[in-house]
Design a protein around this ligand. Structure first.
Ligand code: NAD
Length: 331
């Protein structure tokens, strides 16, 4: 690289513009694999040249700026992104980093979850009633979309059972199941309406509507995968147990979530879900591993835009897969 500084500046500008198209306009202009490739190039350059680091770099930021048409919602705890691993070696390195930091030799328990391809939301329940829903936005401030979320059948307006805290913040993904997405696009084709590129953009575009009657007509669904600020503390000592508790209160939790041990358990989970990816009724772009014990999560803490105790193991993008298979056939 003859001029790393110029390349870094060019990459930042390009990624900022892709972020705007993706997070604010819900209309990405490049495939995710290309975006991920450029982001990794920028990360590597910034690591090699720490003197060129900038706190406003896209490598340090979460999501996009909230749109002013929606009321602003300040998150009581930041809504972060996830770091990624793309290979077996990177998964091994992830586990080693955790073990070294914790000074452990015993394998860790992980909560393994599909990485749903939708939009992160925060739901606040007070006295068991849904009182606020917001997008992740830039991680600190999101967009208030309570009325829109109220139209999603999978989101309970009141919690079931007993023992829920006076204030419970749940976090999860609003997504569009494949069947609903195909049907919606078919109808749009017939009626000359808007065609969405993929279920992720369809979910994001449907949820960030100013008229909740439009959202109500879109086939959106929801799974929760964590909690934010909870009065009296999180309802459990382990992430997996917390999700079971949320399920008990009537909140939908993905049935594919498993507790697994160590790197080999994570890899087995990854391979199983990857093999069944096309049969799942929703799109996923990988799996997520989260250190299960909350006390260990606390010890591990966070880096700029993601927790240290979790990572997404991304699947090869569909378009890359096709190219790979094509090359293999040619050789
Ligand atoms: P991410 O997709 O890398 O990971 C974090 C998100 O994963 C969370 O916010 C949540 O929404 C989601 N998630 C799904 N299942 C989850 C689970 N079980 N537990 C926790 N979180 C779960 O998030 P990001 O920071 O929004 O986006 C970065 C990615 O988005 C990039 O890697 C790229 O693929 C894509 N992107 C593409 C473009 C483009 O122009 N094509 C632009 C920006 C981002």
């Amino acid at each position: 690289m003859s001029n790393p500084q110029a390349r870094i500046l060019a990459l930042r500008e390009q990624l900022d513009s892709y972020n705007y198209q993706y997070y604010v306009a819900d209309a990405p202009t490049v495939p995710d694999a290309e975006y991920d490739r450029l982001m990794r190039e920028l990360l590597a350059l910034e690591q090699a040249h720490p003197e060129l680091m900038d706190p406003d770099s896209p490598t340090r930021k979460v999501g996009g700026t909230p749109v002013s048409a929606f009321p602003e919602v300040r998150h009581a705890l930041p809504m972060l992104s996830l770091d990624n691993v793309f290979s077996d070696d990177e998964l091994t390195a992830f586990e080693k980093r955790l073990m070294d930091r914790l000074g452990r030799t015993e394998p860790l328990d992980f909560c393994c979850e599909p990485k749903l391809d939708g939009l992160a939301v925060s739901l606040v329940y007070e006295q068991g009633r849904l009182v606020q829903a917001a997008t992740r936005g830039d991680g600190s401030t999101g967009e208030g979309i309570t009325e829109n979320v109220r139209t999603i059948k999978a989101v309970p307006l009141r919690l079931k059972g007993q023992g829920w805290p006076a204030r419970l913040e749940v976090r999860g993904e609003v997504y569009m199941p494949r069947a609903g997405f195909d049907e919606m696009n078919e109808r749009a084709r017939a009626e000359g309406g808007k065609i969405f590129a993929n279920p992720r953009n369809a979910a994001a575009g449907s949820l960030r509507q100013l008229d909740s009657r439009i959202t109500a007509r879109r086939p959106l669904a929801f799974y929760c995968y964590g909690v934010g600020l909870v009065e009296g503390g999180p309802p459990g000592d382990c992430h997996f147990d917390i999700l079971q508790q949320l399920k008990g209160w009537g909140l939908p939790v993905c049935p594919e979530i498993r507790r697994m041990q160590g790197r080999s358990g994570c890899q087995a989970y990854h391979d199983d879900i990857l093999a069944r990816r096309e049969q799942l009724p929703y799109e996923i772009d990988g799996v997520v591993y989260k250190v299960d014990e909350l006390a260990l999560q606390q010890q591990l803490g966070f880096v700029a835009r993601a927790p240290r105790w979790a990572t997404a193991h991304k699947f090869p993008a569909q378009e890359q897969l096709t190219r790979l298979l094509h090359v293999e056939f040619q050789v």
